[in-house]
Design a binder for this molecule. Structure first.
Ligand SMILES: Nc1ncnc2c1ncn2[C@@H]1O[C@H](COP(=O)(O)OP(=O)(O)OP(=O)(O)O)[C@@H](O)[C@H]1O
Length: 599
């Protein structure tokens, strides 16, 4: 993409970039505003109320200006005290009512704006939550965070005030123009032509601001991503170990400088235009005084006062409208980024509703068979298939160990088996006790991935993520199974101990075992553990495998491991090589026996 003058290109050079800036056509811009309008119309009751209050407020302030002419041209020259008193009282009442309208407007606007912002934020969260798993390996967490927090926040001002501000300003302009035309059409024409010229000038810088806003949001995403990676526990550790702290600092400095440079460009965009507009608007009343004393000498003093009052009246809405149109242009860039997420074609994981409830009752019984047929999968951008026709047909219940060289496709198989990644060819299914064959494996299979995830919550809350209603006894039982009960009971706060950011306050092996305990709490009949024992010493690992064997009852355990434990009767060992299942052995009394391979 060719960068526009003065606008930074996407940050490929730093390696920390958001999705590339897109060149957007005007028709796309119209499409964006139509969508925003549709969203706003969901709150049409408040919107109508808000516009009604705006019109009332404009009408009341115009009434004050018109009454001023009568004060100057009639009440004061004729020394008519009763007319003067009436006019003054009406003017004060109009001012009071206009203030009440302002308070009402603020209340309505903030409610409409924040309700829309809330809806967009929630929709973005849901759309991101539903994206295919592969998406999260390409888009950074910080990119997602920036969109949900920064971008949505950035539009809140515009959605709160833009629509209504435009109506208010347009109404003031229109009414003032009509009154000015009635009082003196030559002055009105000159004033309005000037206003139109200023608007053209304003539009030019508003477009530039929009491009800069988009570029700036991309740069902020990159910077946040860098901070997330390099100021995390592991990032700092790596930086210190490899003595790369200076590099990290300089890289951040460069990213931050880019953000600062674009921010300055964005804020200063069109400052000259703003100054020109402001000077022109201040000169207008002076021109009226000059015209009233020379070329338009027949005009009344009241008319001169009202026209100049109206001119200062319109100067505010003109500047407001220009500022708003510039803010609206900038916010269009943010709306585009938000809609990009909501409309993403890969936002298609599962149903639009929550279609995979945790299994219970009908879905928590035993699984009789687990079948994989001709599974093919190649990750995006990779030529080589991670799975190349992998297949098996195994009995449910008991322990199934999956082994094979690093890179042979074990974790990919685990993801497909758990229904988290769709294979490009082939299928997986489970056969239930009642003979029903189900391909919605996600309902029946729970995966504990290689990188165990813990939230920065207490052990109790982390465990409850697997089963919200789990009792303390049940938690103690699963902790015993993974050899953690004694350790947790020795902690001063026991189950209420907070495990730190991503479980940083517990050891790698404890983190893995807590993740296994959490999965055990869930009712899934098939549990897939990917390398869960890699952080454990051989004694603990054997003990956990033994306990798991005792406790699984009807469940099926699929354990991906490089290091087989002591095998028992009934265990099954699946061997993988280059994306294929090359051998399946069932352990019986006479040792391992080859199981016929599935196609
Ligand atoms: N998200 C990804 N994007 C691209 N390629 C990937 C991705 N995940 C895995 N791969 C590639 O797919 C192949 C199989 O990976 P997989 O993680 O399934 O192997 P594995 O047998 O589990 O390896 P290990 O024992 O080292 O964990 C590897 O060549 C790997 O580089």
């Amino acid at each position: 993409m060719k960068p526009r003058a003065g606008i930074p290109a996407p940050r490929d050079d730093h390696g920390y970039s958001d999705s590339p800036t897109k060149t957007l056509t005007d028709s796309r811009g119209r499409h964006v505003w139509l969508r925003v309008l549709t969203l706003l119309l969901q709150d049409r009751g408040r919107l109508i109320a808000s516009f009604t209050v705006v019109l009332w407020s404009v009408g009341l302030s115009m009434l004050g200006t018109v009454l001023l002419k009568r004060v100057v041209d009639e009440a004061l020259p004729q020394r008519d005290a009763s007319l003067l008193t009436t006019l003054c009282l009406v003017m004060i009442a109009a001012a009071v009512l206009a203030s009440v309208c302002t308070v009402l407007m603020a209340r309505l606007n903030h409610t409409i704006g924040q309700r829309l912002v809330h809806r967009l934020r929630v929709e973005m969260f849901r759309a991101t939550q539903r994206m295919r798993l592969e998406h999260f390996t390409t888009e950074s967490v910080s990119g997602i965070q920036t969109r949900i927090a920064n971008d949505v926040d950035g539009i809140s001002n515009v959605v709160t005030f833009a629509a209504q501000g435009m109506v208010a300003s347009a109404a003031v302009l229109l009414t003032s123009a009509v009154i000015m035309l009635v009082l003196s059409w030559p002055i009105a024409l000159v004033s309005l032509t000037l206003a139109a010229c200023l608007n053209v000038l304003n539009n030019r810088f508003a477009k530039r601001r929009r491009r800069l806003t988009r570029a700036q949001q991309g740069l902020i995403s990159g910077m946040v991503q860098f901070v997330g990676e390099h100021l995390s526990f592991s990032g700092v550790l790596l930086g210190r170990t490899l003595k790369r702290e200076r590099w990290q600092y300089e890289k951040f400095e460069a990213l931050s400088a880019d953000v600062a440079r674009t921010a300055v460009q964005e804020r200063l965009a069109g400052r000259t235009a703003v100054a020109t507009i402001s000077v022109t608007l201040s000169a207008l009343p002076i021109l009226v005084y000059w015209a009233a004393g020379t070329v338009l000498s027949g005009i009344s003093l009241g008319s001169v006062i009202v026209i100049t009052a109206l001119q200062s009246n319109i100067s505010m809405p003109i500047q407001q409208l220009m500022q708003l149109s510039s803010d609206v242009q900038s916010s269009r860039a943010l709306f585009e980024r938000i809609f990009e997420v909501i409309d993403r074609p890969d936002a298609a994981m599962g149903d639009s509703k929550y279609g995979h409830p945790a299994p219970s009752g009908a879905t928590s019984g035993a699984v009789r068979r687990i079948v994989a047929e001709g599974l093919d999968h190649a990750y995006e951008g990779r030529q080589r298939k991670s799975l190349d026709g992998a297949a098996f047909n195994l009995h449910g219940g008991g322990r199934i160990f999956v082994t094979g060289e690093s890179g042979s496709g074990k974790s990919t198989l685990a993801l497909i088996l758990a229904g988290l990644v769709d294979p490009q060819a082939g299928s997986v299914s489970v056969t239930l006790e009642n003979g029903e064959r189900r391909s919605d494996v996600r309902t029946f299979v729970c995966l504990v991935p290689q990188e165990a995830t813990l939230f920065n919550l207490s052990i109790r809350e982390n465990l409850a993520f697997g089963q919200a209603e789990a009792s303390a006894e049940r938690m103690a039982e699963v902790l015993r199974t993974v050899e953690l009960e004694a350790l947790v009971s020795r902690l001063p706060r026991g189950l209420d101990t907070v495990v730190g950011d991503r479980g940083a306050k517990v050891s790698g092996g404890e983190r893995q075992r807590l993740a296994v305990a959490r999965a055990l709490l869930s009712e899934h009949p098939v549990l897939v553990f990917d390398e869960f024992s890699s952080g454990l010493d051989s004694v603990t690992s054997e003990a956990v495998f033994e306990r798991l064997l005792e406790r699984i009852s009807f469940r099926t355990l699929v354990v991906i491991t490089h290091c087989l434990p002591t095998l028992r009767d009934g265990d099954v060992v699946v061997k993988m090589e280059a994306g294929k299942v090359v051998r399946v052995d069932a352990i019986g009394a006479g040792g391992p026996q080859a199981v016929p391979m599935a196609k």
